[in-house]
Design a protein around this ligand. Structure first.
Ligand SMILES: Cc1ncc(COP(=O)(O)O)c(C=O)c1O
Ligand SMILES: [Zn+2]
Length: 401
């Protein structure tokens, strides 16, 4: 892969970044890359991680800070405040509920400006892109991340082009267009969309929410928030949907930082949820493998956000799951519908990708009564009306029989 180094504004930004001691490091061969590279992965194919000075957070200062992800300012690696691109995202509610007779805490991470938790990552990634002086970006997405990137590009005055599967929920696609991004609908699976963007990424900066580690610097804030909301106690388990793994990876990152700072001493059991249609991480975990074999593509699931046949950080996700004594659960389309219904009866309206966690709660061996168990709800149902309606009709038809 050609690594392009850019001139002037990028060089200036680069000097600041070197002063901060921060660079990309390949997770596979450990080669270092400057942050102003146009490469989005290493020549060996490995994903980048960030190499940086371990951050230090002043817990005492938090009380007086904004109720957004930026309250954790010291751990978000943006140099100048003026480059922060924000819509006031974060500090979502953590509420108590009983489901399947288990007491749980629901983290309402669908309550974000663009309607999904992806705003956490988009805010930090776009802040960094602004700081680097980059004016045009592309990304590929199942819909939510594309909408989040487009929203924060609009906020930052950055031109943006998004590639989505043509089957993505209309609500997400309309959103992307209205934010002013150019939208390209790609026939086929989520992997087909990921393939198409490879060519484009050689010409324009690829603001990839899956490859670029600055996105995970944003998604990690969910774990900072959960711990703060629990008075810096670590919950016993966290259940979440996993496709490419931005939430689980973010939690692992935050956990490592909080442990290094001496704020916490352990991580919760992490429970990843996939669907019966596409479950590469489930299969690898069950077989005790360390690498993920891509699953067959094209199988239908309403959980479009986790329809990822080939997760790029698969090995790391497996490592995190095993290190935390976690597990992977797969759920059926019927169970997704049931999950939507159960949550809606409690006033919570989430999309199918998000509702997978409900059935997992029933099946999990790691969620024990009397312990602190958290479920992360990631995306609003309001954006997936077309799918919600289909599910509702199928559900109603079955109930009649
Ligand atoms: C609502 C929702 N939840 C969860 C996910 C899974 O995120 P990841 O692919 O980073 O694991 C997505 C991804 O698009 C999503 O849209
Ligand atoms: Zn490498």
């Amino acid at each position: 892969m050609k690594v392009t180094l850019l001139s002037k504004p990028y060089e200036l930004a680069q000097q600041c970044l070197l002063a901060m001691n921060i660079s990309y490091i390949c997770s596979r061969c450990h080669r270092r890359f400057a942050l102003n590279t146009f490469a989005y992965k290493c020549e060996c194919g490995g994903a980048f991680e960030l190499e940086k000075v371990p951050p230090k957070l002043s817990l005492g200062k938090l009380k007086s800070r904004a109720n957004s992800i930026w309250r954790y300012r010291e751990v978000l690696p943006i140099i100048k405040d003026e480059n922060i691109v924000t819509l006031g995202e974060g500090m979502t509610p953590l509420i108590k509920e009983r489901i399947f007779d288990k007491e749980i805490l629901l983290k309402l991470d669908y309550l974000f400006p663009s309607g999904s938790y992806k705003d956490r990552g988009a805010s930090v990634l776009l802040s960094k892109i602004k700081e680097l002086g980059i004016k045009t970006v592309v990304d590929d997405s199942s819909g939510n991340a594309g909408a989040a990137i487009a929203a924060y590009c609009a906020r930052a005055g950055i031109t943006c082009e998004i590639y989505c599967p043509e089957t993505a929920s209309e609500g997400k696609l309309v959103q992307i267009r209205l934010y002013g991004a150019k939208l390209n609908k790609i026939p086929g699976s989520r992997e087909d969309t990921a393939q198409v963007i490879q060519k484009k990424a050689k010409e324009v900066f690829y603001a990839s929410h899956n490859w670029n580690p600055f996105f995970m610097e944003g998604t990690k804030t969910v774990f900072y928030e959960i711990c703060e909301q629990l008075d810096w106690k670590v919950p016993d388990s966290i259940i979440m949907p996993v496709g490419y793994g931005s939430i689980i990876w973010g939690i692992a990152l935050a956990g490592r930082e909080l442990k290094d700072m001496g704020v916490i001493s352990n991580l919760p059991k992490l429970v990843a949820v996939q669907t019966e249609a596409i479950s590469p991480i489930y299969e690898a975990f069950r077989k005790g493998e360390t690498k993920v074999t891509p699953s067959a593509q094209g199988r239908h699931t309403y959980a479009e956000g986790i329809a990822c046949a080939n997760p790029i950080r698969g090995e790391q996700i497996l490592e995190v799951l095993r290190a935390t004594d976690g597990e992977v659960i797969k759920v059926s389309e019927g169970e997704i519908a049931e999950g939507i219904n159960i949550l809606a009866q409690k006033g919570i309206y989430v999309e199918p990708t998000s509702a997978v966690v409900v059935a997992a709660l029933k099946k999990s061996l790691k969620v024990e009564e009397g312990k602190t168990n958290v479920i992360i709800l990631t995306g609003s149902g309001l954006k997936a009306t077309d799918k919600m309606l289909k599910i509702f009709r199928e559900f109603a038809a079955k109930e009649k029989v």
